[in-house]
Design a protein. Structure first.
Length: 94
């Protein structure tokens, strides 16, 4: 599996979208993260609400601090499960 190319923008929504992580609404006039690209030969686009973007950024920072400077990504739509597993494994909470 490999990323062929991708681009991310932070537009203001003109219509309602659904966040690919929390499945909540992204309402018109809200800023969101739009990602488009090609992964393993397949084209894709997705939208993330500002809250999930902030949580994702914090998750990546925690990974860098607790995993020898390495950060990993997560499967789209699984960020919350991955954060819970990370907290249990690396921070000792359950």
């Amino acid at each position: 599996m490999s990323w062929d190319c991708s681009t991310a923008t932070k537009p203001k929504a003109r219509k309602e979208h659904q966040c690919e992580e929390c499945y909540g609404p992204i309402r018109p006039r809200e800023t969101y993260k739009r990602v488009a690209g090609k992964y393993d030969g397949e084209m894709y686009t997705y939208a993330l609400c500002e809250s999930c973007v902030a949580w994702g950024d914090a998750y990546h920072e925690a990974q860098r601090q607790h995993c020898s400077g390495r950060g990993w990504s997560w499967e789209l739509g699984r960020m919350w499960e991955d954060i819970a597993e990370f907290v249990e494994e690396h921070l000792g909470y359950d």
